[in-house]
Design a protein around this ligand. Sequence first.
Ligand SMILES: [Fe+2]
Length: 284
Amino acid sequence: MAEMARAETRAASAEDEITQAAIGRVEESAQGRTRDILLSLTRHLHGFIREVEPTEAEWLAAIRFLTETGQKCDERRQEFILLSDTLGATMLIDAINNRKPAGATESSVLGPFYQEGAPVYDNGADLAEGGTGGERVLVSGRVTDIDGGPIEGAELDIWQTAPDAVYAAQDPAGSFNLCGRLRTEADGHYWFHTRKPVSYTIPGDGPVGAMLDAAGRHNWRPAHIHFKLSAAGYETLVTQLFTDDDPYLGTDAVFGVKDSLVVHYESTADGLRLDHDFVMTAAG
Ligand SMILES: [Fe+2]
């Protein structure tokens, strides 16, 4: 017994030496922010390995998984963003980088389907191309500062799924259907027509989909409209408005939902209406 205990102690101290050597190598040469990041990464990676004690086969499977994640990426598919999103990492990065005062509109993830250069429209325009089905909705509201003062000329860059649950960015032919840019009027008002967004699945045919399957998770996102607001003198605001009757509101595959971003579509004689005000914070 004593011999076995001594062998275990020797093994543990050899394992500690490996971690210390890896940390020491960073300490010897890395500088500044790079040093901080690499030290923390090394400590946490080694801590993870000590906790999980992967078999060599499991470690190879992990390397294969990351390799396949990279190989799945192309011009229209970013599997690493999906990986970050589905692990909750993207929302944590977003929260850390967008700490806002009470009353300001909360942020949410940009996601992989944003396209720069959407068509510029006047207020009142319809973002849907002819033939787009779905429930027509008038979206309107104001963009203000934290004190409720109107922000004139704020740009709203908008994108969302079509009723077939696909984004224009996923169209191989290239499209800006249900995407557009508008500017607020002098009183901060904006308004446009679109179609009620629908729940959709994030791509499930790659390594991230396999990971969600293995974890017993689904790959649905609750219906939402994406907004990117920018105005001179204000922090850019990237956010989403979520439909309040969506079955996936509580289990968003990418953890993007915040209570303050859940909105109600009102039925009126003229169709659906969504009213929502955005509050931007002054640039720091
Ligand atoms: Fe989305």
